[in-house]
Write a protein that binds this ligand. Structure first.
Ligand code: NI
Length: 400
């Protein structure tokens, strides 16, 4: 085991420059969700040059590669990277700055893609020293519903061969480069969009008796919705409801408008409660509106499910990470109420989604993801690629 670990570490070190070049190429040429045409071609080209068997065009721009070790039919482990960028204008002054105005790899998916390409090279090189198959999933459209993961799964990415475990990684600026973090069990939230419309009857602000005031009505509704979190939900299930926008159709200092709209998000970590909460929220909205003589409707657009890290696979992944990086560089992470479409895979196969440390306060690399100044310490690419390869190989070495 020691010799294969060493080989992977050496390869990851040797490949760092190439992986960095790929990351910079993808970073400079970002493409939005569902539009990753050139990114998909680039990934396919690198795999072709390395002689790695793959299929391009899964969920349109996705790429799925297979690296077969000895006895390839025996078992399969999957690794996943997302490849899409965000509608953000990059403010970093770097040689590989985004060439596309208004589009930026501000969530590190360039890092995930390049790392998985690096892992592919390593796995291909050491394929004579492991048993089984590694499936590499380059997934489009993580940032936009319904999420590329759900489409790839529908198109059969988790079949033929079926992976017995799946690993994914995500950049994490709060975590210092060289470290890695994870959490077994519930880890990230489901995320549903809330679209609230309240209809009243507008009129003169001095004559409320002749109106049905939708402003007062929506105020009661927003307060009422918060009791879904504070009074109706099981306190052991993390739940968040946030209203992020309110706007009225007209209205002024002395004018009551006819209607008001609000937008929000509902997040939790239990599918049964999630569905029940949808009903409670709709009833709450309709009931409060009726009690005040108005009408209201809550439209809920279902987003990604919550992400569950399989207990056994994640404890094992922690062990593999310690073997690769040393105990001091592997940390336990808290629950996050953000969402991620890797969650779809975790409801079909035992999975582990872990965080790759990419921050470096000494170099001033601290900007969070989804900001105009997000960047990484590129030294992280060595572990981004090497650890992914090790996770797969090491998992395949476990007794079935
Ligand atoms: Ni992301």
């Amino acid at each position: 085991m020691q010799s294969i670990l060493q080989r992977i570490q050496e390869e990851a070190n040797k490949n760092l420059q190439r992986v960095t070049d790929w990351r910079r190429h993808i970073h400079a040429n970002p493409e939005l969700s569902f539009k990753e045409v050139e990114t998909g071609k680039f990934i396919s080209k690198i795999l072709t040059e390395a002689g790695i068997e793959h299929q391009h065009g899964v969920a349109d721009n996705g790429v799925v590669a297979l690296i077969k070790g000895n006895n390839p039919e025996s078992r399969t482990v999957a690794l996943r990277a997302d490849i899409d960028a965000l509608p953000i204008t990059e403010a970093n002054d770097v040689p590989y700055k985004s060439k596309v105005d208004g589009v930026m790899h501000a969530c590190g998916h360039d890092v995930h893609s390049a790392s998985l390409l690096g892992a592919a090279q390593i796995l291909h090189k050491v394929r004579d020293s492991f048993s089984g198959t590694v499936k590499l999933i380059f997934q489009p459209a993580e940032e936009m519903m319904p999420g590329g993961a759900s489409i790839m799964i529908r198109e059969g990415v988790l079949e033929n061969p079926k992976p017995e475990a799946i690993f994914g990684q995500h950049v994490h600026p709060p975590l210092e480069v060289g470290k890695i973090g994870m959490r077994p069990g519930m880890y990230m939230a489901s995320a549903d969009e809330l679209y609230l419309t309240v209809n009243g009857r507008g009129g003169h602000g001095a004559l409320p008796q002749d109106c049905i005031d939708p402003i007062l009505l929506i105020s009661h509704i927003i307060v009422g919705l918060q009791q879904v979190v504070s009074r109706r939900s099981d306190p052991t299930i993390p739940t968040v409801l946030t209203i992020g926008k309110i706007n009225s159709e007209g209205g002024n200092t002395n004018v009551i408008p006819n209607a008001v709209h609000a937008l929000g998000t509902f997040r939790t970590m239990n599918e049964e409660w999630r569905m029940r909460a949808h009903d409670i929220m709709r009833e709450t909205v309709a009931g409060i509106a009726k009690s005040m003589g108005g009408e209201a409707e809550l439209r809920i657009v279902k987003g990604y499910p919550f992400l569950i890290n399989d207990e056994e696979v994640t404890r094992a992944a922690k062990k593999y990470a310690i073997e690769y990086l040393g105990e001091e560089n592997v940390v336990d992470l808290p629950i996050r109420m953000t969402a991620e479409d890797f969650s779809y895979y975790t409801h079909h196969a035992p999975g582990c989604f872990y965080r790759l440390g990419t921050g470096n306060p000494e170099k001033g690399i601290t900007s969070p993801v989804h900001t105009t100044t997000f960047n990484i310490d590129e030294a992280a690419l060595e572990w981004g690629a090497g650890l992914m390869a090790w996770m797969a190989v090491r998992r395949l070495m476990e007794e079935a």
